[in-house]
Design a protein around this ligand. Structure first.
Ligand SMILES: NC(=O)c1ccc[n+]([C@@H]2O[C@H](COP(=O)([O-])OP(=O)(O)OC[C@H]3O[C@@H](n4cnc5c(N)ncnc54)[C@H](OP(=O)(O)O)[C@@H]3O)[C@@H](O)[C@H]2O)c1
Length: 298
């Protein structure tokens, strides 16, 4: 295990639970935030959109996990230049600074560096992004990987859990007995926060360089997630309205979309198999529904 870690982007869906988990395992966790009211001992203010000379002195750590990113596809499509300051220039400059000190770097990337036309993309497949966000992440990956052997990249498929905005939105709609709409032709290969934390610990403990993948074992339509969530909330199945997906920035047309990533390298190196996408959906929808229902019951 590693002793000291810097979680860059400690307020995010991945960074927050990761920091809590590592802390609970006895790791000395430092973090960066761009929320001024959250700066405290062990948490420094860092806005990657600001010029480098405004950045704070960075703590000396064994490992830095780069979670900070503008992750909304729509924001990246609408402001490619502004978001590239964070998603490419800022994060690469930060990685360069840390690598120069000999810090091991784990950069979190996405299955969105591919074009979603083929399942189980291998680690050595050339990126083929179709969104601005995907282009930015592919560019950052490439530049960060060129920094040497103390660099690892972990590509994630969709992380689902209680803080997933879509489940929170669906929960509020279902609470009023109104129907929720879900894409029937757009897929996810979901993974849990626990699995992401597990993968991150494996990579950071071994400091194995290069590209890693964390993916569910199958591509499932968003309607599958919706159907399980409706069931878990004790609602009628006709409250799911399947619709055709046309996510922002995706190419038009009925192209089938795949998000799964190949995990052969992780099996060979760590003995890790991809978790079942369906079991992940069942587990997470039950957890979220149960907490929503008990909150509603007061
Ligand atoms: N969650 C997923 O399903 C998923 C899937 C594939 C890949 N990933 C990758 O995993 C990483 C973490 O994702 P996430 O889901 O945790 O994203 P998130 O919830 O959107 O969190 C992103 C984090 O980045 C911070 N951030 C945004 N702009 C910043 C800036 N200018 N300077 C410094 N920090 C900034 C945010 O701060 P604020 O909270 O203050 O805005 C937040 O802490 C990302 O690199 C993402 O590409 C995530």
């Amino acid at each position: 295990m590693f002793n000291t870690v810097l979680v860059v982007g400690v307020d995010g869906q991945v960074g927050g639970p990761l920091a809590d988990h590592l802390q609970s395992q006895g790791v000395n966790v430092l973090g960066t935030t761009r929320r001024k009211d959250r700066v405290e001992n062990g948490r420094v203010y860092l806005d990657l959109a600001e010029p480098e000379e405004n950045w704070p002195a960075l703590p000396d750590v064994e490992t830095a996990i780069l979670c900070a990113s503008v992750t909304r596809l729509e924001t990246c499509e609408n402001d490619p230049t502004g978001t590239a300051k964070v998603n490419v220039d800022g994060v690469v400059a930060l990685a360069r600074k840390l690598a120069a000190r000999g810090t091991h770097i784990l950069y979190l990337s996405t299955t969105g560096v591919f074009d979603f036309t083929e399942p189980f993309r291998r680690h050595d497949c050339e990126p083929s992004p179709v969104t601005t966000y995907g282009h930015q992440k592919a560019s950052a990956e490439k530049q960060i990987l060129s920094l040497g052997d103390m660099v690892s990249v972990l590509r994630l498929t969709k992380v689902i859990g209680p803080s997933m905005p879509l489940l929170q939105r669906w929960s509020a709609i279902l609470g009023q007995n109104s129907p929720i709409s879900a894409f029937r032709d757009t897929t996810i290969a979901p993974i849990t926060t626990d699995f992401v934390n597990f993968m991150i610990k494996k990579i950071c403990s071994s400091k194995a360089p290069g590209i890693f993948h964390a993916s569910g074992d199958a591509d499932l339509a968003y309607t599958v997630l919706a159907e399980h969530f409706v069931r878990a909330m004790g609602k009628e199945s006709d409250l799911v309205v399947p619709e055709k997906g046309q996510a922002i920035g995706q190419p038009a047309g009925p192209a089938p979309r795949y998000t799964t990533l190949d995990m052969t390298r992780e099996r060979e190196l760590f003995g890790i198999l991809p978790p079942s996408s369906l079991e992940t959906i069942i587990k997470v929808t039950k957890e979220v529904a149960s907490s929503q229902l008990s909150a509603a019951a007061g």
